[in-house]
Design a protein around this ligand. Structure first.
Ligand code: AKB
Length: 365
């Protein structure tokens, strides 16, 4: 811990919070208040008049920095604490509070929750599907033992807790097209096994102790800000990087291997919308969400609309075996019906925004 930094963040947060005129009550909602950054806070979900204070674990993975940005725009910079065990870049530190958090160290987590007066916890730390198969004992420690700490912590401090699940929580005996919200789940990866465990444990804590557990099963998520991170769906991120840099794209899945996918902005918005959905709208605690389904040959065609000379070859490896057991088309009608989920990006819109972002990053505009 770094007491100086913590106290200065707390001071500024508390100082500004005293000007923050929210409703008094357990959880209220309003639009257009002035938040801790001086900007209007939209859709503020207040806790006894204050914006929620949120901790994100595994914050330097694919989703953490983007989610921190979204939540900071809604609740104030100081109210969203990003954490990981990785040394952050200058840019990450300049954007808001960042702390070291080892999810295998319960005391370390307790200290952060107490010091920062955390209300909501977003638990991203996990080894993904392909990387998990390469180190099963580590995946068990991080994905299962780490999750046990998060559940106990959330129960002890009465936190609302969000844990992502995945299409990887299904297996060869699940219906693949479409895959409903409630169906057979017998995954064949340690990643999938740990995610089913997380879904069940969260739902049990909700039922037994009233823990406010929320969970979305995400498809492959595509973003321009991070590099592929050990997943089976990551070919659909790699293709953009290869295309923009004029490299040959070698695909580790067959051309017709169909998987559900989603652009990161849709993913983060889904997460936030489910996180703040009134409890009475949640008919269950774990929902499928998706935006589209495509196979490698379809994304290759879409990318060639931007880079017609893209060279592609196919060399399926062990990740193909994983993909063969996952959903092809995800049925997310329950999320759409219960709390109004809808996606904004299809394959074409996603290619447009990905290449706009990557061109900017590569100074090509
Ligand atoms: C992976 O491929 O492991 C992840 C996922 C779908 O959960 N992207």
């Amino acid at each position: 811990m770094r007491p100086k930094i913590i106290s200065s963040f707390l001071q500024s947060a508390l100082g500004r919070c005293s000007n923050w005129k929210g409703h008094v009550g357990s959880l209220a909602c309003s639009v257009g208040r002035v938040g801790t950054t001086g900007h209007p806070l939209r859709h503020c979900h207040t806790i006894n008049g204050d914006p929620p204070r949120i901790l994100i674990t595994g914050g330097l993975g694919q989703l953490g920095t983007g989610l921190a940005k979204l939540l900071r725009s809604k609740y104030g910079v100081e109210n969203v604490i990003l954490s990981d065990i990785v040394k952050p870049s200058k840019e990450v530190v300049s954007q808001g509070p960042y702390v070291f958090a080892n999810i295998l160290d319960f005391k370390c987590l307790q200290e952060i929750v107490v010091t920062y007066r955390i209300d909501w916890l977003i638990h991203f730390s996990a080894l993904l599907s392909a990387i998990g198969e390469q180190n099963v004992p580590l995946a068990i420690r991080v994905n299962i033992e780490g999750l046990h700490n998060i559940m106990e912590l959330s129960k002890q401090y009465n936190l609302r807790v969000f844990v992502p699940s995945t299409i990887g929580a299904f297996g060869p005996t699940s219906p693949r097209n479409p895959t409903p919200n409630l169906t057979i789940q017998r995954p064949r990866t340690i990643y999938g096994v740990s995610k089913v465990h997380g879904e069940l444990l969260g739902e049990y804590y909700n039922h037994r102790f009233g823990l406010d557990f929320r969970c979305l099963r995400f498809p492959g998520v595509i973003s321009s800000d991070t590099q592929p991170g050990g997943g089976t769906t990551d070919y659909a991120v790699q293709i953009f990087h290869d295309a923009i840099q004029g490299r040959h794209f070698e695909c580790y899945l067959r051309p017709n291997s169909r998987l559900p996918m989603m652009y990161i902005d849709d993913c983060l918005r889904a997460l936030w919308e489910m996180l703040v959905a009134p409890e009475e709208q949640l008919r269950c605690r774990t929902y499928n969400v998706t935006a589209m389904s495509f196979c490698p040959e379809e994304i290759v065609t879409a990318v060639r609309n931007h880079f017609p000379n893209l060279q592609v070859s196919y060399r399926p490896d062990s990740r193909q075996d994983i993909a063969d057991t996952w959903p092809e088309v995800f049925d997310d009608s329950e999320a759409r019906n219960d709390w109004g989920w809808h996606h904004s990006y299809d394959l074409e819109a996603m290619c447009n925004i990905m290449f706009d972002n990557l061109r900017r990053q590569h100074n090509m505009t």
